[in-house]
Write a protein that binds this ligand. Structure first.
Ligand code: SAH
Ligand code: SF4
Ligand code: F3S
Length: 463
């Protein structure tokens, strides 16, 4: 037997990018590649890039520089290292990457990962391989499934891509160009993947997609199913205690999905619902196709279906033409909703998008000032949200060992990290925890008396 070759995959992007990294490693496993956590000893280093903002896109070139030094070192020792660039920068820039970075052996676009084993073989024979086509075949069918060992190593919480691509064309965004048109995977194929994860110990599944609630995959009867219907189907999979989904668009928040929040205890009471701006003028310029009122109505309908729902969002400040008043509207919208947290971004011009050509670009220092003001507001909301749980009991999914001996770290229904003293055999169980204190990014708690009594049943459901 030859020793297995090693592959290191590094993610730079969103959760779908992370999911893709796992699936690349899964697909290379049958071709004889073992995954390694460090690039130094890898035979193939895959950089899975993100193109969403300029900073993210530029990071790839500095990273290529760093890996090139390792490649030269390996060559000096007579060992061949291949550098592959995957993901959304690869999709957008293709050949340009090879031109700018001579050390790159292989460029693979976001829809072609199933072809990696063959592409690597070609690169090993000295060819520079570039594949950024949008293929006709379904990459999800062609990608290898993870082994139970690989699943277990990734923990009790897993992502599953159910929808990909975007047809919405917000004027600031590269995703419709880097990920292509919207597609949805069939319900039963997703159910098989989720059942396999559950069998290997996964307890929480987050369904992901650029516009996950635009999901319209084929159901068992062949008709298009909604995300609400998919969630109902997955809530029947034995072993799955928690379901989540992200990222959703306000315009696709249909009645069926809202009803799922009312009906499914496994569906966590936490919705990430990006709004970008609180100004109708900016929302129109961004081509979001909804108003501030529409967004607030969606939030109200969700809250009516389930009273304990918490919301997070994405915001862009300093979009072209944004005035002080437009920005004030964003602050007031955040005040009105009362978020549990949010991702906040200064607008970043992306080549090829309509907004990059618009007049009224806001000076960088003004973008930064607005960003800081919004961040201060969101930080206060997040602190208040976390503090509201002190003295309350929350169900916590225990995920892994903490830093202190005897400590475990888990997640609340609201995605808060929770530290608690608990025995290791409770990893993978959902246990009630009394919240005692909050830190900057974590809650601290103590196992409620009933926790141990519940544990054997939860652990039994897993095996
Ligand atoms: N599909 C999701 C978002 C995907 S991108 C949605 O529609 O909500 C994640 C976030 O990055 C966006 O919500 C937006 O806030 C931010 N973003 C996208 N393009 C950006 C740009 N050019 N500049 C700054 N932030 C951007
Ligand atoms: Fe980008 Fe808009 Fe599509 Fe989200 S909905 S991925 S922000 S174009
Ligand atoms: Fe980035 Fe591509 Fe995700 S641009 S945010 S990795 S879809």
């Amino acid at each position: 037997m030859t020793t297995p070759r090693k592959v290191h995959v590094k993610s730079f992007g969103c959760q779908m990018n992370v999911y893709d990294s796992h699936r690349m490693a899964d697909t290379l496993a049958p071709a004889g590649f073992a995954e390694t956590a460090t690039p130094e000893d890898a035979d193939v280093v895959i950089l899975n890039t993100c193109n969403i903002r300029e900073k993210a896109a530029e990071k790839v070139y500095s990273e290529i520089g760093r890996i090139r030094a390792m490649k030269e070192e390996a060559a000096a020792q007579g060992r061949r290292m291949l550098i592959a660039v995957a993901g959304c920068v690869a999709q957008a820039e293709g050949r340009e990457i090879v031109r700018r970075a001579g050390s790159v052996d292989l460029v693979v676009g976001s829809q072609n990962y199933h072809r990696l084993p063959e592409m690597i073989a070609r690169a090993q024979s000295g060819e520079r391989v570039i594949d950024t086509d949008f293929p006709v075949e379904d990459k999800f069918d062609a990608l290898a499934a993870p082994t139970p060992a690989a699943i277990a190593k990734r923990g009790v919480s897993a992502f599953v891509t159910v929808q990909e691509g975007c047809d919405k064309f917000c004027t600031f965004c590269v995703v419709p160009y880097t990920r292509g048109a919207e597609i949805s995977r069939p319900v039963e194929k997703i159910a098989v993947e989720v059942a396999r994860l559950a069998d290997a110990g996964v307890r929480e599944v987050t369904l992901i997609g650029q516009n996950v609630n635009a999901y319209h995959g084929a159901g068992a009867d062949g008709d298009a199913a909604t995300l609400g219907a998919l969630l109902r189907r997955l809530s029947d999979v034995p072993g799955i205690a928690r379901l989540r989904y992200t990222t959703s668009h306000p315009n696709d928040m249909g009645g069926d999905l809202i009803a799922a929040h009312r009906d499914l205890p496994a569906l966590m009471p936490y919705v990430h619902l990006p709004v970008q701006s609180g100004s109708d003028r900016m929302l129109a310029a961004m081509n979001r196709k909804h108003t501030r009122r529409d967004y607030l109505d969606v939030i109200a309908r969700l809250r009516a279906a389930r009273g304990d729902l918490a919301f997070t969002s994405d915001f862009i400040v300093g979009f072209p033409g944004e005035t002080e008043q437009d920005f004030a509207d964003t602050l007031s919208l955040a005040e009105e909703v009362g978020y549990a947290g949010a991702y906040t971004f200064a607008y970043s011009e992306r080549p090829g998008t309509p907004a990059a050509e618009m007049g009224g670009q806001v000076p960088p220092e003004e973008r930064t000032r607005r960003l800081h003001a919004l961040q201060a507001l969101i930080a206060r909301q997040q602190r208040d949200f976390n503090a509201s749980f002190v003295g309350k009991r929350l169900d916590i999914l225990l995920e892994k060992a903490g830093r202190l001996p005897g400590q475990l770290v888990g997640k609340s229904p609201y995605l808060q990290a929770v530290q608690v003293m608990a025995p290791r055999d409770l990893i993978g169980s959902v246990v009630p925890v009394d919240i005692t204190d909050i830190g900057t990014n974590t809650l601290f708690g103590a196992l409620a008396d009933t926790a141990r009594a519940k544990a054997p049943a939860a652990a039994g459901a897993e095996s």
